[in-house]
Design a protein around this ligand. Structure first.
Ligand SMILES: Cc1cc2nc3c(=O)[nH]c(=O)nc-3n(C[C@H](O)[C@H](O)[C@H](O)COP(=O)(O)O)c2cc1C
Length: 180
């Protein structure tokens, strides 16, 4: 299967990135094709609610790095969305990315795909309710099934490396990706 990971943390080798790498390692071990995109390396402008994507063609009028991501999302079977918890929500680039998924409402091209959400945070899973609910509702709206959420308590850069249990769960999530 095609697995596409979207990293919404500014920290390379930070907690989000490392957890996603573990998931991808698991996915690779089962011969899935994996790709990773770091949103902080790209220009992704905010949705301007012009609604042109709701018409024929379902195309976004904003010409930026999202153009390439639209194609890769359409080709993916499993989408991994990772963001650290920032004020009980996603990071700003992850929010911009989600807002820009609007063309998929009318094109329905994400319909039937699977997703995994990854969120490290200082406070841990108990603080991630509103964010995981936002992901769940938004993915439902797009016809994407949220398979699992990985919520890990971690604060310092790379701290998740000290938590073998979390890394094991991450690997298992990835190696569990297979054709049904
Ligand atoms: C601007 C900002 C806001 C944050 N807000 C929260 C928060 O509301 N709750 C929380 O538990 N952690 C919060 N954190 C901590 C991060 O979620 C935590 O350090 C996380 O492990 C960072 O992940 P990363 O290494 O992938 O960047 C915040 C960090 C920053 C920089």
């Amino acid at each position: 299967l095609n697995v596409l990971a979207i990293v919404g943390s500014p920290r390379k080798r930070g907690n989000t990135d490392l957890l996603i790498e573990k998931i991808l390692e698991g996915a690779r071990s089962k011969k899935n094709d994996v790709q990773k995109i770091s949103l902080y390396d790209l220009e992704i402008g905010p949705c301007i609610d012009c609604r042109r994507c709701q018409g024929n063609g379902h195309e976004c009028v904003i010409k930026d790095d999202m153009e390439n991501i639209y194609q890769r999302l359409s080709a993916a079977d499993v989408i991994i969305l990772g963001t650290p918890l920032y004020w009980y929500g996603p990071t700003a680039p992850m929010k911009a990315f989600i807002d820009r998924l609007r063309p998929f409402i009318s094109s329905k091209k994400l319909n039937g795909k699977e997703a995994i959400v990854v969120v490290p945070s200082e406070e841990g899973a108990g603080a991630c309710g509103p964010l995981t609910e936002m992901f769940k509702l938004s993915l439902d709206y797009l016809g994407v099934n949220l398979m699992d959420s990985l919520l890990v308590k971690a604060y310092e850069k790379g701290e998740v490396m000290e938590y073998p249990d979390a890394l094991e769960i991450a690997f298992a999530l990835g190696s569990g990706i297979s054709k049904r």
